[in-house]
Design a protein around this ligand. Structure first.
Ligand SMILES: [Zn+2]
Length: 447
């Protein structure tokens, strides 16, 4: 684990450096708040998904390494006890405190009188955490209670009296890493690896330009993710942004790293290429290709060999169809064979075509501006169609290309060059090293 530790420390320094460089106002946190790295290796082994094959229990091997560099809480004072509990239904503050070992009339009296502290009485909703420090005789030393998302109400004993204050909630920043293997679905594998849903959603968005998560996933595909998490004063952990991720799909490795560059934060490939999607993989969220792009095919209705210059996406009648990129509507109406059809015009002389629609989006008309992901119509079977599906074409300079082929430009964000690329490579090197380390561990355990 030694090398992991040093990588993690490098990563830790990198995160602090990024925070200080780009969020000067947040650097106030770094003084009182320790950055903690928590390494979680939750790995789910892949087994066959064929019914009837042996199903060994899924191995989940969490290795948690706490490598706190700064002291998280002040050294325990001898004779001072720290307790945390949550508000139960029907609790009074006195009962709650008594349960935690506090028996202090003067403290309760102070909290009833003090304009700030008395807010606690009105906010005792079940499930809220509360943390106290007290002496063996029941005297309150301090009390912490959350107010909203970002503030903590603090009551402290100061010699012979009490003081109240509202503090910015202290957040411990963690970096969590996890990896998993696909057995049935991405969400199942992520669950096995203990990855929160918000992170899994980011993960699928991050790779959606290159991987169609409905059609392209295979058993044995694997992923690793490094993400931020913050822990509040009451040890509640909230997942944040992905810092780096790797996805191995059908043997092809894809990586993304986050970089807070001059134009704001974005994701790049490790060599500095932008990765934001210029065209969505599919105009329908969940669909399967029922007929691919072919130079020639036998037409089921016309009974002739014809080219199929688009792809057919099978989906139930009425499924929303979205624009794959920002566009203007070039045509919306009826065309022979296509039935109700929409043709969208995008930049760089690219057009997309959506055929056999049952209906158009309300008010859709030629010349209208459309945003990427906006609903333009609904799946149907108008024109020459044997069942409900979307016929989708991708045209570059007027000529159809395979919408899932390599001709379709995938990345819209500019690639980094010159000085910003140098900065990018230096800043993201620890993340790449970390991805390498996770991969090394995964191989050692599962190959
Ligand atoms: Zn078709």
């Amino acid at each position: 684990m030694k090398h992991i530790k040093s990588c993690a420390q490098a990563l830790n320094r990198w995160i602090l450096a990024q925070k200080q460089a780009t969020h000067g106002s947040e650097s106030r946190l770094s003084g009182m708040v320790a950055t903690l790295l928590m390494m979680v290796f939750g790995m789910a082994t892949a087994f066959g998904i064929t019914p009837g094959t042996s199903t060994r229990p899924v191995a989940v091997l969490p290795v948690i390494e706490d490598i706190t560099q700064h002291q998280v809480t002040p050294a325990e004072t001898p004779g001072v006890y720290t307790q945390q509990d949550t508000v139960h239904s029907g609790d009074t503050l006195a009962a709650l405190l008594f349960r935690m070992g506090v028996d202090d009339r003067a403290a309760l009296e102070f909290m009833r009188q003090d304009p700030l502290a008395r807010n606690i009485f009105g906010q005792l909703s079940p499930g809220k955490p509360i943390r106290v420090q007290h002496l063996a005789n029941g005297d309150l030393v301090s009390l912490r209670f959350p107010r909203g998302d970002d503030k903590t109400l603090v009551v402290r004993r100061a010699d012979d009296h009490f003081q109240s204050a509202e503090e910015q909630a202290g957040h411990l920043h963690h970096v969590v890493q996890a990896s998993g293997r696909i057995q049935s679905s991405l969400f199942a594998a992520a669950d096995n690896a203990g990855i929160p849903d918000s992170v899994t959603r980011q993960l699928s968005q991050l790779f959606s330009t290159d991987i169609d998560f409905h059609n392209d996933l295979r058993t044995g595909d694997s992923f690793s993710v490094i993400y931020e998490a913050s822990q509040d004063d009451f040890d509640q952990v909230k997942a944040g942004r992905i810092l780096a991720a790797e996805f191995v799909n059908k043997g092809v490795t894809l990586r993304r790293v986050f970089f807070d560059g001059p134009d704001g934060g974005d994701y790049y490939t490790p060599d500095g290429q932008g990765t934001r999607a210029s065209f969505l993989r599919s105009p329908i969220e969940f669909s399967r290709v029922t007929s691919g792009f072919k130079a020639e095919r036998f037409h089921p209705i016309l009974h002739t060999w014809r080219a199929h210059k688009g792809i057919d996406l099978g989906a139930p009648m009425g499924t929303p169809v979205v624009s794959v990129a920002n566009a203007t509507v070039a045509f919306a109406g009826w065309r022979n064979g296509y039935g109700n059809v929409i043709e969208l015009h995008h930049s760089n002389n690219i057009n997309t075509v959506y055929g056999h629609l049952s209906a158009f989006a309300h008010g859709l008309r030629a010349g209208q501006h459309i945003r990427q992901g906006e609903v333009i119509g609904y799946v149907g079977m108008t024109g020459l169609a044997t069942g409900p599906h979307l016929h989708y074409e991708f045209k570059i300079g007027g000529a159809q290309v395979d919408p899932q082929g390599p001709s379709v430009p995938r990345h819209a964000t500019a690639s980094l060059s010159g000085r910003s690329k140098t900065q990018f490579l230096a800043a993201t090197a620890p993340l790449v090293k970390e991805l390498d380390a996770i991969r090394g561990n995964t191989l050692a355990k599962f190959e």
